[in-house]
Design a protein around this ligand. Structure first.
Ligand code: ADP
Length: 208
């Protein structure tokens, strides 16, 4: 089968030619008895991405699913520790995460990502790495006012005080998804209710 990486869009800058592996993504997924996919959570800081991603992963593991959670704050301590918060670096941050998520779905995993991922073009670039049913964009839609009220890490306070610049929602834009697979409003629902909504959507899509 042809890999999407063989297309012109994914051409290696060094001119390296794609090497086919003996075992396929399908082989790995069959062994795990699940359909791998990427659940891409996007929303403002403090909208609830990490909280819901963790709750979701715990539920999936309890069901015997094979998962991995890529969390925005954590990835910046390792894989992306060389990147800052400029628009170019934020785009590169998301590009790498998309590629890692794609590799992990190739390995047969259900991948959950929790990144603000404020720019539509960056999210669309990540989506383009996956098959049509494999990328589930979940818009964690929480108003800026409520996020600021929550402010679990005190980041909004710092941004308002001018101690951080380029903070999404304050002095850097957030482009909401136009056609997300799922739209979750955390303002009037509990963590358990929101998690259940996402899980219910995923359930038929991860069955082998
Ligand atoms: P993010 O990862 O988007 O920056 P966090 O998950 O770190 O956000 O923080 C969200 C905060 O909002 C947490 O303190 C969480 O307990 C709270 N919260 C309240 N209701 C919800 C809900 N329905 N879903 C997710 N988080 C919620």
């Amino acid at each position: 089968m042809t890999s999407p990486y063989e297309t012109k869009q994914h051409q290696s800058a060094a001119g390296v030619v794609w090497h086919h592996t003996h075992c396929s993504a399908g082989d790995r997924a069959r062994l795990k008895q699940q359909k791998p996919l990427c659940v891409w959570l996007t929303g403002l800081s403090a909208s609830g991405k990490s909280t819901l991603a963790n709750a979701l992963e715990a539920c999936l593991l309890e069901q015997g699913r094979h998962t991995y959670l890529l969390d925005g704050d954590n990835v910046r301590h390792g894989l992306n520790k060389d990147l800052g918060m400029s628009e170019a670096d934020r785009a590169e941050n998301i590009r790498r995460v998309g590629e890692v998520a794609r590799l992990m779905t190739d390995a047969g995993l259900i991948v959950i990502t929790a990144f603000i991922s404020p720019f539509r073009a960056d999210r669309d670039q990540a989506r383009a790495l996956f098959g049509a049913q494999q990328f589930i964009e979940v818009f964690i839609d929480t108003s800026l006012a409520l996020c600021e009220e929550r402010d679990p890490k005190g980041m909004y306070k710092k941004a308002r005080a001018g101690q951080i610049s380029g903070f999404t929602g304050i002095d850097s834009p957030y482009e909401p998804p136009q056609a997300p697979e799922l739209h979750i409003d955390t303002s009037c629902k509990s963590v358990a209710q929101c998690t259940h909504e996402i899980l219910a959507f995923l359930q038929p899509r991860i069955l082998p």
